[in-house]
Design a binder for this molecule. Structure first.
Ligand SMILES: [Zn+2]
Length: 50
């Protein structure tokens, strides 16, 4: 699925690595979309919220 995201938000919310539209991992957490470089960062970010 192609995703359009704000260029200013193109970094991993867990590790801060720069992302591109073609290489971004999106996970919906608590009803909000969060952007990561990989599923591992998404897992860490989600675990931190619990
Ligand atoms: Zn990351």
């Amino acid at each position: 699925m192609k995703i359009r995201i704000n260029q200013d938000e193109l970094k991993c919310e867990q590790c801060g690595a720069p992302l591109t539209e073609d290489d971004v991992y999106v996970r919906v957490i608590n009803g909000e979309k969060h952007y990561f470089c990989c599923s591992h960062c998404a897992d860490k970010f989600e675990a931190r919220l619990k």
